[in-house]
Design a protein around this ligand. Structure first.
Ligand code: HEC
Ligand code: HEC
Ligand code: HEC
Ligand code: HEC
Length: 314
């Protein structure tokens, strides 16, 4: 076997032919027209709502529908009563006080020396990330550059505390960048300024329909033009209905966000390039760190991995 391979390597034509074969093999296609056609583009949730109002009304009540929003009193799940709304970072010796002034949300960072306030910084919060099923974390914009604030409200513990990744002396205070990887798991696709690390011209208000159904422009155009398919008899190929995909591709729709690890994009790909109906591995691969003696340990957003290890899946 090894000898045959070595013999193959020594033939001058070997590399060329196998490489060509690999190239022609790697032309993925789909019967759904909104998967690979670059003419298909995003139209936004309000466009879908026009015809699928019932689906819209239920979807926006889910955690995914509520995953991101402007910081308002209604959006926040947190407790601002004086007994709760104070966090002390014991490692770096800063206090954090979240509060509302009129209808704006602020976090005050301060340090005490005896009775004296020797440092004070007030930061307005612009967005809340997280539906509040588990937590609310907080984001602010500085001329469109987004950063995460250092404190989080933990709903189930009913407690303000340092944000995940800011504990035990690791707090970067107000300088953690909100990059596209984070944003593209927690929201509809933003209008990201290419070449920047964390600048956005526009951001959505929650995960939207097209993250699971793919770009909707062809579907909307065809329905508006009166081309109606009897979907009880078969698929409408202008838009992906995940129910109709083979199991692996179904899992990939959710895995785009429900497997958090070390995400490595393929050459030339961006976090925008995955469409429902593709294999995720055409765009990126996610590697899960595993430590000896802790093989069963999994992080929060690793639902796909958990499922694949479960007895029923196996
Ligand atoms: C102008 C009206 C209209 C708009 C706007 C519209 N749809 Fe539809 N959609 C329909 C109709 C009618 C059907 C059922 C008949 C058909 O598919 O032709 C349908 C079917 C579907 C299906 C089922 C397809 C299948 O094969 O089972 C999905 C999924 C879907 N729409 C998602 C969306 C999404 C997501 C949006 C927004 C991007 C959207 N629709 C916007 C009218 C619309
Ligand atoms: C765009 C990224 C994204 C995609 C795609 C996605 N999810 Fe989610 N999902 C999330 C995030 C983020 C949360 C946590 C939302 C929150 O509570 O703030 C979540 C929450 C959930 C929850 C918790 C219940 C709830 O109402 O919050 C379930 C169940 C779930 N997703 C299932 C799925 C399934 C099944 C799919 C595939 C069909 C899927 N998700 C696709 C990002 C995504
Ligand atoms: C690979 C996708 C992915 C990335 C990247 C990611 N998250 Fe998440 N995150 C999720 C999913 C999925 C959940 C839902 C977990 C659950 O409900 O069990 C979640 C949960 C959360 C929650 C709790 C929501 C709730 O109330 O239930 C917050 C807050 C959060 N993430 C913030 C962030 C921030 C901030 C970043 C970036 C700095 C980030 N996440 C990066 C997928 C991701
Ligand atoms: C987290 C992924 C996800 C999001 C977000 C999502 N859908 Fe779906 N949608 C699905 C799945 C999965 C199915 C198939 C459900 C089934 O058949 O059991 C589906 C089915 C549908 C159907 C087929 C008919 C029906 O009622 O089952 C329509 C229409 C539809 N979705 C429209 C929408 C619209 C409009 C939005 C946004 C308001 C939306 N979806 C958001 C995953 C999603």
């Amino acid at each position: 076997m090894l000898l045959a391979m070595l013999a193959g390597l020594s033939l001058p034509g070997f590399f060329c032919t196998t490489q060509k074969a690999a190239e022609t093999e790697e032309q993925p296609s789909s019967p759904w027209r909104n998967v690979y056609d670059s003419a298909a583009h995003y139209v936004g949730m309000q466009a879908c709502r026009g015809c699928h109002d019932e689906v819209y009304k239920t979807f926006i009540q889910t955690g995914m529908g509520q995953s991101f929003g402007v910081a308002t009193k209604e959006k926040s799940a947190a407790d601002f009563s004086p007994a709760h709304a104070l966090v002390y970072d014991t490692a770096l010796d800063y206090y954090y006080k979240p509060y509302w002034s009129h209808d704006s949300f602020y976090i005050m960072e301060y340090r005490l020396l005896g009775q004296d306030t020797v440092h004070r910084r007030v930061q307005k919060v612009d967005y809340v990330i997280g539906s509040g099923q588990h937590t609310n974390s907080h984001i602010f914009s500085s001329n469109g550059y987004l950063y995460q604030a250092p404190i989080t409200f933990y709903t189930q513990k009913h407690k303000w505390d340092m944000a995940p990744g800011f504990e035990k002396g690791t707090s970067s205070r107000f300088s953690r960048l909100i990059q596209l990887e984070c944003m593209s798991c927690h929201n509809g696709y933003p209008d990201f300024v290419a070449g920047s690390e964390n600048k956005y011209n526009g951001i959505q208000r929650g995960i939207d329909c097209e993250r699971c159904h793919g770009p909707g422009s062809m579907h909307v155009q065809e329905k508006m033009a009166g081309t109606i398919i009897d979907t009880s008899k078969g698929p409408d190929y202008s838009i992906v209905n995940p129910r109709r995909l083979p199991t692996e591709l179904q899992n990939n729709v959710c895995q785009r966000c429900h497997l958090q690890g070390i995400a490595v994009l393929n050459d030339g790909k961006t976090f925008y390039d995955f469409h429902p109906g593709m294999k995720l591995s055409e765009v990126m691969n996610v590697f899960m760190p595993q430590y000896e003696g802790a093989q069963d340990k999994m992080i929060m957003a690793s639902h796909v991995e958990r499922m694949k290890k479960s007895d029923c899946y196996v």
